[in-house]
Ligand binder design. Structure first.
Ligand code: PLP
Length: 432
């Protein structure tokens, strides 16, 4: 074995890893068909048959509803607007508290603030990386309305315990399944397990239309509200949909026909794309098992994983105390892309630290409908902070168009860095 590339040896890999691209001839033809029709959107705001969008929009919604096993699916122009819509459709009131993990894309928590409600950040646990049920239970107050669950990296959160807690306290469960399309808990598709769920079609996700998302639900009223929030609901309130009009004011969160046509083709490919991710992940996990310094992703017995990200826990103590940053730098020098830590815990963002969202006067935290207290101090979610600062190494290699050869390079490079780790000790001393 040559020396570590970081210390002047030859790298395991010199070729770059091909970028993700799931778009092919099928999508090009589907787009061309819509282009020839000249109708790039079928939506009209206001009472009419076109309130629900064009033929491609309605077709992709039917496919998604059937796929996840929900009565209703509502397409939107992103998962971020889908989350905002789902919270309105869950009948959240200004000043209600929504429990949300801090280890997720910012949009998950911002969707709460956009409904004048209060995000209460609750820690994740370090096996599934989803909400810690015991911590959720401890955070519930009389003002809690919703548990907003995130299936981080594509593995389901602990839905059994979380549903039981929600049930006992009369709370709704919304699932942010932006990263977990196709992942299951007890043979149920994530997004369709709780009261409402959200999927993403953003370009980084498992299937994509550039931008796009869905709300799915079995609840008729929630679906009607979601359709109103998507499409200027105030215009139809009182004549369409639910009798009570709260939370039905809307905007334009509509998906275009081009994106919907692409979504239909992407949904056809979903099972193959997932099978590919799972095969590569199984290969990598079998190569990584056996070192105490690296813990590959766990798949709980009642779950399947979509492997949006292949997340490894790094334990420096088991590797001569080499800090994660040095280990990651050594891997990158071997030609392997790896990122450290995922996102900063959301409560550390200026919006929460300064409680400045709408205007300068501290709304929604000062808005009178909320009479609780909440902490956004450093330290409130110790597991999240530990994963962020010290443990997580994220690999974006279990995906199309990469192959088992690419996975072999990743595993060979990890093996090399682990075995030659003592040679990193001097660098590590500088780091500390
Ligand atoms: C990507 C993502 C979102 C936002 O999705 P968009 O479609 O880009 O708006 C929300 N939540 C999570 C967990 C995500 O990964």
């Amino acid at each position: 074995m040559t020396a570590l590339a970081l210390l002047g040896g030859d790298p395991v890999r010199s070729a770059p890893f091909e970028p993700l691209n799931t778009i092919g001839e099928e999508e090009r033809q589907a787009v061309d068909e819509v282009m020839r029709s000249g109708m790039l959107s079928g939506f009209v705001g206001g009472m009419s048959r076109e309130f629900h969008g064009g033929p491609k929009v309605r077709q992709c919604e039917e496919i998604v509803a059937a796929r996840v096993g929900a009565r209703h699916s509502v397409s939107l122009n992103s998962a971020s607007t889908a989350l905002q819509t789902a919270i309105a459709a869950a009948e959240v009131e200004p000043g209600d508290e929504v429990i949300v993990p801090p280890y997720t894309m910012s949009a998950t928590a911002t969707a709460v603030v956009l409904n004048n409600a209060i995000p209460v950040f609750v820690d994740v646990e370090d096996v599934t990386f989803g909400l810690d049920p015991a911590a959720v239970e401890a955070a519930i107050t009389p003002q809690t309305a919703v548990i907003l669950v995130v299936h981080l990296f594509g593995h389901p959160a602990r839905m059994g315990e979380l549903l039981e807690i929600a049930d006992r306290h009369g709370l709704l469960v919304i699932e942010d399944a932006a990263q977990s399309i196709g992942a299951t808990w007890n043979d149920r598709q994530t997004s369709a397990i709780g009261n409402l769920g959200v999927l993403s079609l953003n370009r980084h996700k498992i299937i994509q239309t550039g931008e796009g998302g869905f709300v799915v639900t079995d609840d008729d009223r929630a679906a009607a509200v979601a359709r109103m929030v998507r499409n200027h609901g105030e215009l139809v309130a009182g004549c369409y949909g639910p009798e009570e009009i709260h939370n039905t004011l809307g905007s334009n969160f509509r998906l275009g026909e081009l994106e919907a046509a692409i979504a239909i083709e992407q949904l056809r490919k979903l099972d193959d794309l997932l099978a590919h991710r799972r095969a590569l992940a199984a290969e990598l996990t079998s190569r990584l098992s056996g070192w105490s310094a690296l813990i590959p992703p766990t798949v709980m017995p009642d779950c399947t994983h979509s492997y949006y990200v292949y997340a490894v826990r790094y334990n420096a103590e088991q590797l001569d105390g080499i800090p994660r940053a040095v280990f990651a730098r050594a891997l990158r020098a071997e030609g392997i892309p790896v990122t450290e830590g995922y996102v900063k815990p959301l409560y550390l963002l200026p919006m929460y630290q300064q409680r400045i969202a709408y205007g300068r006067r501290g709304c929604p935290w000062t808005c009178g409908h909320w009479r609780g207290t909440v902490s956004y101090e450093q330290g409130i979610c110790p597991t999240t902070e530990r994963l962020y600062q010290h443990e997580l190494l994220l690999f974006d290699v279990c995906r199309q168009p990469l192959t088992t050869r690419d996975i072999a390079d990743v595993a060979d490079a990890i093996e090399k860095v682990v075995e030659l780790a003592p040679s990193l000790l001097e660098l590590s001393a500088d780091e500390r």
